[in-house]
Design a protein around this ligand. Structure first.
Ligand code: NAD
Ligand code: UDP
Length: 322
């Protein structure tokens, strides 16, 4: 991104959004964090309160936004299956009305807008690894549909705004990302396993733990988002962003136990409905078009994330997994 820009980050007080705000400010931009604190926390951006180029706007993106912007990153949406299924109607409203409202804002301000889409648009994929050309296998009436279909409809709106109004769009399909500032009670697998291991509690493996995921460290992901936003206008996406290293959930559990030196043992719980059996990004498009590849391997990224959760524990935060 050349020059100083006013960059709106919806969901900026969340896990990914707060890291993105840090990165934008470090690059000399103005970061405007728009969040309703549904799953995010003020604490994630407390360290930015005194930064002269940081603005915090409390707002629900399901309602229209009125701000000045040069660029918009649309990250506002609960991302953990547990959170997005708590109030599924609200999740769909955030995804779909939220996408509509940021697109309207982009048109009014003539700004470029990036949608944080997801590997969940591939559902329980029948193609492996997943390339951007794959149209996915989503159950439209299942418990994950509020998120998967909400994100699919958001992608539809992005491309229709581009075709109908010439809006400058970017769509990133983000695969499982982890790192510091995930909430202890977030419910996703990496935070659950680390918190359980640090407390010496049972590690809750869903199903037999044979399902796979590909885990990307947050710094790598943010680098990919910024690179996509700064790419030439004809690269609209969708572009997969994720780490192609693929692990079973059971392998992840063993690694977390190993790295924490925990006495925790695995316990097996029922596999949630529609839980994808395998997931790995084909990142050839991101590599060739953006020159992007993740640099932090799972072991290294987990060590950094464990250090974060250990410091929460040290300062007395209630480390309760979901
Ligand atoms: P998160 O839950 O930590 O952050 C989401 C943020 O959005 C929170 O701060 C929350 O308060 C805010 N928010 C939710 N609904 C809102 C609304 N209606 N109005 C305003 N703010 C609202 O999740 P995250 O992991 O940081 O995910 C950020 C984005 O990236 C999400 O859109 C998610 O779908 C996408 N994504 C994340 C991952 C991942 O592995 N982390 C993977 C794929 C896609
Ligand atoms: N999972 C698990 N134990 C947990 C939390 C999640 O075994 O305590 C599994 C979950 O069933 C899924 C995988 O880990 O197969 C990744 O789950 P997560 O919620 O992190 O992300 P998503 O399902 O959206 O990829």
């Amino acid at each position: 991104m050349g020059g100083r820009k006013r960059v709106v980050v919806t969901g900026g007080a969340g896990f990914l959004g707060s890291h993105l705000c840090d990165r934008l400010l470090a690059a000399g931009h103005v970061a405007i964090c728009v969040d309703n604190f549904h799953t995010g926390r003020r604490a994630n951006v407390d360290h930015l309160n005194d930064h002269s180029s940081f603005e915090l706007v409390e707002h629900d993106i399901a309602a229209p936004l009125n701000l000045d912007a040069d660029e918009i990153f649309n990250l506002a949406c609960p991302a953990s299956p547990q959170h997005y299924q708590d109030d599924p109607v609200r999740t769909t409203k955030t995804s779909v009305f939220g996408a509509f409202n940021v697109l309207e804002l982009a048109n009014r301000t003539r700004s470029r807008v990036l949608q944080a889409s997801t590997s969940e648009v591939y559902g329980d994929p029948l193609e492996h690894p997943q390339h951007e050309t794959y149209h996915g296998n989503v159950n439209p009436i299942g418990p994950r549909a509020c998120y998967d279909e909400g994100k699919r409809c958001a992608e539809t709106l992005f491309f229709d705004f581009q075709r109908q109004y010439g809006t400058e769009i970017k769509v990133a399909r983000i695969f499982n990302t982890y790192g510091p500032r995930m909430q202890p009670n977030d419910g996703r697998v990496v935070s659950n396993f680390i918190v359980q291991a640090l407390r010496g509690a049972p590690i809750t493996v869903y199903g037999e733990g044979a399902q796979t995921r590909s885990f990307c460290y947050v710094d790598d992901l943010v680098t990919g988002l910024v690179a996509l936003m700064g790419s030439p206008p004809d690269l609209m996406g969708p572009v997969n962003l994720g780490n192609p290293g693929e692990f079973t959930v059971r392998e992840l559990a063993k690694l977390v136990i190993d790295l924490t030196g925990s006495s925790s043992k695995m316990v097996f719980r029922p596999l949630p409905a529609d839980d994808p059996r395998q997931r790995r990004p084909d990142i050839s498009l991101a590599s060739s078009a953006l020159g992007w590849r993740p640099e932090v391997g799972l072991r290294d990224g987990l060590v950094r994330t464990i250090t974060y959760f250990e410091s929460l524990l040290k300062y007395g935060a209630p480390l309760e997994p979901a």
